[in-house]
Design a protein. Structure first.
Length: 716
C-alpha cells in the first residue's frame, strides 16, 4: 500500500503547476518547489562538494575570514570558552611552499601540563626544520584537550581545507566514550550485557562483547580516515599513545568490588588481604599465589593484576609485569568509574592489525618507549600523570613520529633522537609541569609518594613554584569554594597561562576535597627549602574544619572523598560503600573527645544483622550491630586517640554476602528498564544516611583553655 502525499506536498504541487501554466515562473522559484517535493536533490558528488564547502568555514575554534584580501583562519571570539583547549595560536597562516603537516589529537598531543610553552607540535616543527630535505616545514597544531573520537573525526575532515601535505594523529586515549555510547545507546548491545550480569556470571563475563564491539568501532574510524586520505591523496601517520603503567595506579572508584557468584565476594576480599600481607612480608611466591587467585575470582578488578605486577617487578620479570599492568589498566572498560583517559590493548591491537589495510602509517609508541627504556616499563621518567608526557616523553615520542614523516616524504631512514633531545624548554616550564602533574595526580587518587616526588622536582627546578604551592595549600584547606578564596585570585596572578588548567582547580559538582596527601606533600617539600607551613596549615584546617568549632557532616566531600572520579551507576542521596572499608577525615585536636552519630544499614540482609566496626587512627572505638533497616548509632572517640589536625576514621564493613533470588528474565528486564546494569554488577557493603561529628569537652579542661589553644595566628 503506497503512502499518500501530505496536504502540504499537494499544495506545493498545485502552486508549481499554476506557475508553470501561467508562464510567469522564474527558474529559481521552480527549483525551490521541486526541491521541496523531493526533486533536484544533489547527487553523491554534489553532496561531497557541499560538505567540503561547509567544512572550509570552520576548523575547531578557527573560522575563515578574509584579511588583506587573503583568506585565513582566525580564532572565533564566539568560541572563546574553548580557546584554552587548543594551541595558543591566534591564526593559521595561508598555505605557503613549505611542507604543511597537520597535527590532530587529544590532550597528549596538546602537551597538557606543559602547554603552551612546550608542546609536541612545537617540538615537531623545530625538529623537522633542522632537516633541509623537506625544504622548510610548518606544523599546524589542531590538537584539542578532551577531544573524543567523534569530534576527532570531524576535525580530520575539516583539516583538509588547510591543504596539508601530511596528517599526524596522536590519539586514542579518549575513545572509551565511543564504546559507552555504543552500549548504552543500542538496545541490543545493552540487553546482551544485562543478560550476562543477570545470569550471575558477573561484569567480567562481558569482556568479549565489549572488546569485539570496541574493535569494530576503531576499525570503522580507521576505514573512514583511510577513505578521506585516499580521496585527497594525503598520507596519514597514526601514533598510538602509551600509558603510565609503572606509577599510575587504579583510582578509588576503579577499585569498587564486583558482585561475585555464591560466596565469591567474601573470598575475594580475604584473598586480597592475604596477598597484601604476603607482599609486605616480602614473601613474593605467596603473594603471586594469592594474586593469581584474585584474578581468577574477578578478572574485571585491577587489584589482582596490580598486586601480581608488584611481585613480578621485585623479581625483575618486566615483560610479565608489563602484561599485568596493561590488564589492570584495561579494567577501566568495565565502567566502575569515569576513568581517566588511556589507551586500551584492544585499540592498539586493532590499529596495528588494520591500519595498513587503509594505507595508514603507524608509530607504535608503546614499542618505541619499550626499546628506549631497554625493556623496562614506562613511569615517571616519561609521564607526568596517567598519559601526559614529561619533556623527555615528548622528545622520544616526537622523535619517532618525525622518523616516520621523514621516511614517507624523503624515503630516507633518519634517526632523530639525538637532535630532538636538544629541543628543551626553560627550567620554570618543566617545574610547573611537575607541579601541575602533582595536582592532577592528587585529584585522581594517586599516592603520597608520587605527589611528594613531583613537588620536590618542581622546587628543585624553580623556586617560583614555592609561591604557587603556598597559595594552593591555602585554597585547599579552606571550606569556601575555590573561586571566592583570595588565595585563588593570587594564584591566578602568580602564574601566566593558568587558564589552561583553570578547570582542574575547580572541583566537579562542588565536590571540593581537603586534598590531605597533596597538601602534606607540598608542606613536606617546602620544608626542604626552609619554608615551614606545617603550623599554618594545621591551624587553618582546625579553624575551617575543626569539630571543636561546629558539628561536622562527615559525608561532605571534604571528609569523605580522596579523588574526583565518580561511580558511573545510580547515585542515591546517601553514601554507598562499594569497598570493604570506608575512610573519612576528622579534623580535631589532641585530647579532644568527639561524639560520632551514624545512621546506617546493611542492604539485602533480610531479617538478620551483622557487626560494623569503627576505628580511628588504627584504634577500634566502636562495634555496631546493624541490620537491613536504617538504625541510629553513637560512638565516642576518646580524647587520647585524637591527634592534632587530620584523624582518619575507618568503617569496617562485614563480609556477609547473602544469596539472592535471581530470576534471569526478571532481573535482566529490570536492568534494561532502569538502565542500571552497573548497580547490579557491583557490590554494596553498607549504606550511610547520616554521619556527623560533634565535640565533647574534656572534664578536666575548661572551654576557655581549649579556645585559647585554637587561636589561629595570621601569617605574613
Amino acid at each position: 500500500m503506497s503512502k499518500r502525499p501530505s496536504e502540504i506536498s499537494k499544495g506545493i504541487a498545485s502552486d508549481l503547476a499554476n506557475l508553470i501554466v501561467s508562464g510567469s515562473a522564474n527558474q529559481e522559484a521552480v527549483n525551490k518547489m521541486l526541491t521541496a517535493l523531493g526533486y533536484n536533490k544533489p547527487d553523491e558528488k554534489e553532496q561531497d562538494q557541499l560538505q567540503d564547502r561547509k567544512s572550509k568555514c570552520n576548523i575547531g575554534i578557527y573560522k575563515l575570514e578574509s584579511i588583506d584580501g587573503k583568506e585565513q583562519y582566525v580564532r572565533d571570539i564566539a568560541r572563546k570558552d574553548r580557546w584554552s583547549f587548543f594551541a595558543d595560536i591566534q591564526s593559521i597562516p595561508v598555505k605557503s611552499d613549505k611542507t604543511r603537516i597537520v597535527l590532530l589529537g587529544e590532550s597528549v598531543a596538546r602537551g597538557f601540563l606543559l602547554d603552551p610553552d612546550y608542546t609536541p607540535g612545537y617540538v615537531l616543527e623545530v625538529l623537522l626544520n633542522s632537516y633541509s630535505e623537506l625544504g622548510g616545514t610548518e606544523v599546524i597544531d589542531l590538537a584539542e584537550t578532551n577531544l573524543g573520537m567523534q569530534e576527532l573525526e570531524k576535525r580530520y575532515l575539516e583539516c583538509f581545507a588547510l591543504e596539508p601535505d601530511l596528517i599526524v594523529f596522536l590519539a586514542g586515549n579518549n575513545w572509551r566514550d565511543a564504546l559507552s555510547n555504543a552500549i548504552a545507546g543500542n538496545v541490543t548491545n545493552y540487553r546482551k550485557v544485562a543478560d550476562i550480569i543477570a545470569s550471575g556470571l558477573g561484569i567480567q563475563a562481558t569482556r568479549n562483547i565489549m572488546e569485539d564491539l570496541f574493535s569494530k568501532i576503531v576499525d570503522s574510524f580507521l576505514k573512514s580516515v583511510g577513505k578521506e586520505a585516499k580521496k585527497h591523496d594525503v598520507p596519514v601517520v597514526f601514533a598510538i599513545p602509551e600509558f603510565n603503567l609503572l606509577d599510575f595506579k587504579s583510582t578509588p572508584s576503579e577499585k569498587y568490588i564486583s558482585k561475585l557468584p555464591g560466596d565469591g565476594t567474601r573470598e575475594w576480599v580475604k584473598t586480597k588481604d592475604a596477598a597484601e600481607k604476603a607482599i609486605d612480608a616480602e614473601d613474593l611466591n605467596e603473594g603471586e599465589s594469592h594474586a593469581a587467585k584474585l584474578i581468577n575470582l574477578d578478572p574485571s578488578h585491577p587489584s589482582g593484576y596490580e598486586l601480581m605486577a608488584i611481585c613480578k617487578l621485585k623479581k625483575q620479570r618486566y615483560d610479565e609485569a608489563r602484561n599485568c599492568l596493561e590488564l589492570a589498566r584495561d579494567t577501566a572498560l568495565y565502567h566502575r568509574s569515569d576513568s581517566k583517559p588511556r589507551i586500551f590493548r584492544s585499540i592498539r591491537e586493532t590499529i596495528l592489525k588494520h591500519a595498513h589495510l587503509y594505507n595508514i602509517y603507524v608509530v607504535d609508541l608503546p614499542e618505541v618507549f619499550k626499546e628506549y627504556l631497554g625493556g623496562k616499563i614506562p613511569g615517571r621518567d616519561l609521564f607526568l600523570d596517567y598519559c601526559h608526557f614529561t619533556v623527555e616523553g615528548i622528545q622520544v615520542a616526537v622523535g619517532a613520529i618525525a622518523n616516520s614523516i621523514l621516511r614517507i616524504l624523503t624515503g630516507k631512514e633518519i634517526d632523530t633522537l639525538s637532535k630532538v633531545k636538544t629541543i628543551k624548554p626553560e627550567s620554570r616550564v618543566i617545574a610547573m609541569g611537575y607541579l601541575f602533574g602533582a595536582v592532577h595526580n592528587a585529584h585522581w587518587g594517586q599516592s603520597y609518594d608520587i605527589l611528594y616526588y613531583q613537588c620536590l622536582q618542581a622546587l628543585k627546578l624553580s623556586r617560583e613554584t614555592a609561591k604557587v604551592m603556598y597559595f594552593y595549600c591555602d585554597i585547599s584547606s579552606r571550606s569556601a569554594p575555590n573561586k571566592i578564596c583570595k588565595s585563588f585570585e593570587q594564584l591566578m596572578e602568580a602564574r601566566a597561562k593558568m587558564d589552561r588548567y583553570f578547570h582542574a582547580l575547580l572541583p566537579p559538582r562542588d565536590g571540593k576535597m581537603l586534598e590531605v596527601d597533596l597538601v602534606n606533600a607540598m608542606v613536606a617539600a617546602l620544608k626542604t627549602i626552609g619554608f615551614n607551613l606545617s603550623e599554618y596549615i594545621l591551624q587553618l584546617r582546625v579553624k575551617e574544619h575543626g569539630v571543636m568549632h561546629q558539628p561536622i557532616n562527615l559525608l561532605k566531600s571534604f571528609y569523605s572523598a580522596t579523588s574526583y572520579d565518580e561511580y558511573q551507576g545510580t547515585k542515591p542521596a546517601f553514601f554507598c560503600a562499594r569497598t570493604e572499608k570506608s575512610e573519612f577525615f576528622l579534623v580535631s585536636m589532641e585530647g579532644q573527645s568527639v561524639l560520632l552519630h551514624m545512621t546506617l544499614r546493611l542492604p539485602n540482609l533480610g531479617n538478620s544483622s551483622d557487626i560494623v566496626l569503627v576505628s580511628v587512627n588504627g584504634s577500634q572505638v566502636g562495634s555496631l550491630e546493624v541490620g537491613s533497616e536504617w538504625s541510629d548509632h553513637f560512638v565516642t572517640i576518646p580524647g587520647e586517640i585524637c591527634v592534632n589536625g587530620i584523624n582518619k576514621i575507618i568503617i569496617h564493613w562485614p563480609l556477609s554476602h547473602p544469596s539472592e533470588d535471581r530470576s534471569l528474565r526478571a532481573l535482566s528486564e529490570k536492568m534494561a528498564a532502569t538502565n542500571s546494569v552497573l548497580d547490579f554488577a557491583y557490590f554494596v557493603f553498607g549504606e550511610i544516611y547520616t554521619f556527623t561529628a560533634e565535640s565533647q569537652l574534656p572534664e578536666d579542661k575548661p572551654e576557655s583553655t581549649i579556645k585559647e589553644d585554637l587561636k589561629v595566628s595570621n601569617m605574613s
